[in-house]
Write a protein that binds this ligand. Structure first.
Ligand code: PGA
Length: 253
């Protein structure tokens, strides 16, 4: 594993699985279990916008970061239904997911939107967690690498990366997200190496942290973390229950 500062990244995307009460219950349970989470695990949780603030208060007390699953790129104004990166920063967030495949596909977010959001996240003082990945068709047509390259170029071309800000990319093959299908660990690590190489050209001053995501569970997490180019995982479904989350944490030991 490519540990960053000796840490393994375990990031939890709760998506829209948990309502306000469920989110607070899980946050409190994780906070209570914090002693059992090794200090070498760097954890961040991405709850719904509705529950982010109270969840952040509970998890912040035990050193776990939070962030939104999406942001809007304008700071303030007549944008009904949106929440800006600046507002999330003021609410205590550290990270923000951007470009998740569910938003790209279901909400029709394009690479241009993802770029604007990435810039807004950086400007607000948050760290973007850029999600990239190929669709099933792209993989079958041998276009996985090209699809990922286009997403990376669009998000990072000539971007000014603040000094000392982490640069995190989560490789999440679209066909593996929420499906139970998984990418072979060696293939995931090969893609991660390609992502690192692209980033060395696009953002030469950054040291990228690459995560794998897509149906990660306790029984496969370790196989991803053995990759030389992999610093952690972004977990969806299995992060939304205390039991399956702690199984993942415990399987690291
Ligand atoms: P999954 O989701 O673990 O449920 O496949 C991963 C993600 O969407 O980040």
């Amino acid at each position: 594993m490519a540990k960053r500062n000796g840490q393994c990244y375990l990031f939890a995307n709760w998506k829209m699985y948990l309502d306000y009460d469920d989110s607070n219950i899980l946050a409190n349970a994780i906070a209570a279990a914090k002693k059992k989470i090794p200090a070498t695990v760097k954890m961040a949780v991405f709850p719904s916008a509705l529950s982010l603030y109270p969840v952040g208060q509970v998890l912040g007390d035990v050193g776990i970061s939070v962030g939104p699953q999406n942001v809007y790129w304008v700071d303030k104004g007549g944008y009904t239904g949106e929440v800006s990166a600046v507002m999330y920063k003021a609410a205590g967030c550290e990270y923000a997911l951007v470009g998740h495949s569910e938003r790209r596909l279901q909400m029709r977010e394009n690479n241009h939107d993802v770029r604007q959001k990435t810039e807004a996240i950086l400007a607000a003082g948050l760290t973007p967690v850029l999600c990239v990945g190929e669709t099933k068709e792209e993989r079958e047509d041998g276009k996985a690498d090209t699809s990922i390259e286009i997403q990376l170029r669009s998000a990072f071309h000539e971007i000014v990366w603040p000094k000392d800000r982490e640069l995190i990319v989560a490789y999440e093959p679209v066909w593996a997200v929420g499906t139970g299908l998984t990418c072979e660990p060696q293939e995931a690590d090969r893609i991660h190496a390609g992502i690192k190489k692209m980033i060395s050209l696009l953002v030469p001053n950054a040291e990228p942290v690459i995560l794998y995501g897509g149906s990660v569970k306790a029984d496969n997490v370790k196989s991803y973390l053995t990759g030389d180019n992999t610093s952690g995982v972004l977990v969806g479904g299995a992060s939304t229950k205390l039991e399956s989350w702690m199984e993942i944490v415990n399987s690291l030991e």
